[in-house]
Write a protein of this length. Structure first.
Length: 267
């Protein structure tokens, strides 16, 4: 994701509270990491085909006002006003009313997670996965919604580039739209792993060739898998990916001493 970044702790489905009202922010993944000898928090909102919630700020306010008129209690107007004041230090206007409500509390939750851990740098990351069911139009719609949100801070965001927003509650907050292809073929991965296991004894020349070829193929399959993607996978799949990476690294380190350039050969 970033050159040199090291994830120290990761919390799937992490809840953070950002105001006095009930209902926390639920991050798909929240991490504490180190970058350039500084601690930084990363909070992820994973997207494939689903939108940023189903409502805008204005729609949430209309629903809340309808409840109030019907005699029901709701703190939604107070929460939204508090979020807008925290993020922009101004009252709600027509431009803010058009924004996706989810983006407001996701950003506030990212700031709160950083404060909980006494860290003054944070990135809210929209992790957009491209799948067979995700059209380019869906990805563009998600990016467009985030772009509109960022524009309200007087900033312009680009895909796959962190955009610094401002300092809020002594936390420097940035936003990133990270678009990646979910192109790992699980069936191919399983077949490749079976070949690795079958030939791991390497008692014959054929087994040596099949083993090294399978490991190299496996590395090509998993080379784009990020730590965030691994956390969302089942344990067995994540373990195969980890072992293939380890085997490839061992082969790479040993090739000059034991096998010459066999890894680079095409069989």
């Amino acid at each position: 994701m970033f050159p040199g970044i090291q994830v120290v702790l990761a919390y799937p489905e992490k809840e953070t509270y950002f105001d006095q009202f009930s209902g926390p922010r639920n991050h798909d993944l929240a991490c504490i990491a180190e970058l350039n000898n500084e601690k930084i928090t990363l909070c992820f909102e994973a997207k494939a085909t689903e939108d940023f919630g189903s409502t805008t700020v204005k729609q949430e306010l209309v629903k809340a006002n309808n409840k109030i008129q019907n005699g029901e209690n709701t703190n939604v107007p107070k929460r939204i006003n508090g979020l807008v004041d925290k993020l922009w230090n101004k009252p709600i206007d027509k431009n803010i009313e058009t924004l996706r409500y989810q983006l407001l509390h996701a950003t506030a939750g990212t700031i709160s997670f950083a404060k909980e851990n006494n860290i003054n740098k944070a990135i809210f990351i929209v992790y957009q996965l491209e799948t067979a069911k995700t059209s380019s139009e869906i990805c563009d719609d998600h990016f467009g919604a985030l772009k509109d949100f960022v524009n309200q801070f007087g900033k312009t965001i680009e895909k796959n580039v962190p955009c610094y927003i401002k300092q809020i509650d002594n936390v420097d907050i940035s936003i990133l739209f990270l678009q990646r292809k979910k192109d790992i073929d699980l069936e191919d991965l399983q077949e490749t792993w079976s070949i690795i296991k079958k030939n791991r004894d390497m008692k014959t020349d054929a087994q040596v060739i099949n083993f090294f070829r399978a490991v190299q193929h496996g590395k090509n399959l998993v080379k784009d898998v990020t730590p965030e993607m691994s956390l969302s996978m089942d344990t067995k799949t994540a373990d195969k990916i980890k072992r293939i990476n380890l085997l490839f690294d061992m082969m790479k380190d040993a090739q000059e001493k034991a096998f010459g350039g066999i890894i680079d050969k095409k069989f």
